[in-house]
Design a protein around this ligand. Sequence first.
Ligand code: 8Y7
Length: 287
Amino acid sequence: MVKLASIDCGGKLLPLGTPQIMGVLNLTPDSFSDGGRFIDASGHVDIERALFVSEAMVEEGASIIDIGGESTRPGAEEVSDQAQIDRVATVIDRLASRLDTVISVDTSSPELMVESARLGAGMINDIRSLAKPGALEAAANSGLAVCMMHMQGQPENMQDQPAYVDIVQEVLGFFEQRILDFTDRGIDKNKIFIDPGFGFGKKLEHNVELLRGLERFKSFGLPLLVGISRKAMVGQLTGRPVQERVHGSVAAALLAIQSGANIVRVHDVAATRDMIKMHLAIAGELD
Ligand code: 8Y7
């Protein structure tokens, strides 16, 4: 298998020779798996706690921390740009200066993209794939790496009636077009990650088909990011509530890595790190 080199993420190098872990830091009151964990009694982000947990995730093996200030769970309402900035800016600033870890900002807001780049973030993770007016320009000007994710519909309605004829083919087609849109606007092709967007406008059968066909997404020669951690898919297949989905999530991450995923976006970093060590040993790639 052809190995990808490292990618420059805002001046920090993300190695891609082995699978990397993106740890999730949701600074939201309402994310489905861990909402409210960092919100104090007055409704503000508990910055010290967010920094502490981020550093713990790095110690456990995360090389990217994905910071979000807007819940994108099915049916979630959009949050204003300023409210998102208020939630995440200080944490991005303090983490970027304190850690070698790549800081990713989970946002669709061009304003927050610009502000995050200024504060030292290295990557934009936009579930809307830079669809908001001004987002392509903001991302291109930032020079940051960008994760392009597939979603059918919008978070408000995406789980109402997802429908595909051939999901893998349709998601591949989306990337083909969107890579052109990104590069036409001046985003460096070598800084694009692709992500099929598990659970975003997808029913269980669609998510299963995507995971089965995951290898086909390697055809672009771009790093592949996969997020299945604690999602409904894991709940449906194991019968477990959200706080009991670690084992199913780690299994899903291993299946994704065995099909070529370069980055797994997860809540349970330590468990995922153990799995990757096992994978590397058996695949003969342990350093
Ligand atoms: C994903 C994501 C979420 C994902 C990427 C959750 C922000 C829902 N899922 N970003 N974000 N890929 N790139 O369950 O799968 O964490 S939010």
